[in-house]
Design a protein around this ligand. Structure first.
Ligand code: FNR
Length: 383
């Protein structure tokens, strides 16, 4: 393939470069993957409204979220284990995001620790929190995030238990492996020399940087999956939000809301923002697409808090559709994971530039000169 142009090209490149198991982890979703597909298809079904002869020679893409200026209303969603897609992958992706003027949100379950990512970047990053049972460890983790200069915390709440991800079982990433499975996995790794050299041999350590002290005995991803099962706290409730709130003075965004009742509660308990999200179709299969869940939530809390969304966003056109339905910003997960796996930091930079160009074109041809004015008037609705 020549230079990848779109996100789907980056997906193809990642598929070639990454070991099967790693690609499947990024690409897959829960159970029969109906929600994963629905996220993309529901966005595809939305029609942009083409307008003509408006002066679109000057376009305003930049916006502000939680006191931070963004070059466009887009940010890199927390994605676990990105240090296995490219050498010290979270550092590379964070650098690409900062070069593009966009926030990077580091996952709790990243390979690189928050300190390592911060040391590799010029500005603070955002941090995503999963609640584990050991509250002393959680408290220390929040302190580490603060010490790294993090202001914005994304608290992910849609993973009290892990979704049933059968691709990971088939690929050998999770579940119990026989010696033959382990051998097959090794051979598949060896068939990807670029990854073997860059990530497996020269990208060490491949431990979970933010959690190493909490899980000294976990050796690989299979142990890790078991560790998550034992240590992620499935008793997390609204009271725990208050616990986090007491320990974090910056903005807190609750991620993983699909229901208007929950959005209302999030506003009532003092969340600064929410991400309307079904975890990219990786948790409860059969729930609505995130973009379908957005309008009813906007009606209830749109004027009370900052509403972001993610799930199925693969282009700048998709970004404009989500903004038109009220989101103040959009997160991308797989889009950057594919680009990182396919081309490292340069890949993520190129992909973000593509998204920016696509957003510019979509704005120009819908006659939208300022992202902050995007609204339903940019869409063709049933009439
Ligand atoms: C995720 N997501 C995720 N979310 C989170 O809060 N913490 C995490 O560690 C992860 N890890 C993760 C790994 C991978 C490989 C993917 C694809 C996703 C969910 C992510 O933040 C986001 O909600 C979705 O990726 C959005 O959907 P798209 O953009 O991938 O369609």
């Amino acid at each position: 393939m020549t230079q990848p142009a779109s996100v789907s090209d980056w997906r193809e490149r990642a598929k070639k470069r990454l070991p099967h198991m790693m690609f499947e982890y990024i690409d897959g979703g829960a159970y029969a993957e109906t929600t994963l597909r629905r996220n993309v298809e529901a966005i595809e079904r939305i029609a942009l409204r083409q307008r003509i002869l408006t002066d679109v020679s000057k376009l305003q893409l930049s916006t502000e979220l939680f006191g931070q200026k963004l070059a466009m209303p887009l940010l890199l969603a927390p994605v676990g284990m990105a240090g296995l897609y490219a050498r010290r992958g979270e550092v590379q992706a964070a650098r690409a995001a900062q070069a593009a003027g966009l926030p990077f949100c580091l996952s709790t379950v990243s390979i690189c620790s928050i300190e390592e990512v911060r040391a590799g970047t010029t500005e603070p990053i955002w941090f995503q929190l999963y609640m584990i049972k050991d509250r002393g460890y959680m408290e220390a983790l929040l302190q580490r995030a603060k010490a790294a200069g993090t202001k914005v915390l994304i608290f992910t709440v849609d993973l009290p238990v892990a979704g049933a991800r059968y691709r990971d079982v088939r690929s050998g990433l999770s579940g119990v492996l026989s010696p033959l499975d382990k051998l097959k996995r090794g051979i598949n790794g060896a068939m990807h020399p670029h990854w073997m050299w860059n990530v497996f041999l020269n990208g060490r350590p491949q431990s979970f940087g933010n959690l190493v002290d909490a899980m000294p005995n976990a050796k690989g991803t299979n142990d890790f999956a078991m560790w998550i099962g034992k240590n992620f706290d499935s008793s997390v409730s609204w009271e725990d939000f208050a616990w986090v709130r007491e320990r974090w003075d910056g903005p807190i965004i609750i991620k993983g809301i699909l229901d208007a009742e929950d959005a209302k509660r999030a506003a009532e308990v003092g969340a600064d923002g929410i991400v309307v999200s079904n975890h990219g179709g990786r948790q409860l299969d059969g729930v609505p697409a995130a973009i379908e869940a957005l309008p009813p939530i906007m009606r209830v809390v749109g004027d009370r808090m900052t509403v972001l969304m993610d799930g199925g966003v693969r282009s700048g056109l998709d970004v404009l559709k989500a903004l038109a339905l009220g989101a103040k910003g959009v997160l991308i997960g797989r889009a950057w994971a594919y680009a990182l796996g396919g081309g490292g930091e340069a890949g993520v930079r190129a992909m973000l530039l593509t998204m920016q160009r696509e957003l510019e074109v979509a704005m120009a041809l819908t006659g939208c000169t300022d992202v902050r004015t995007a609204g339903e008037h940019l869409l063709v609705r049933d009439r």
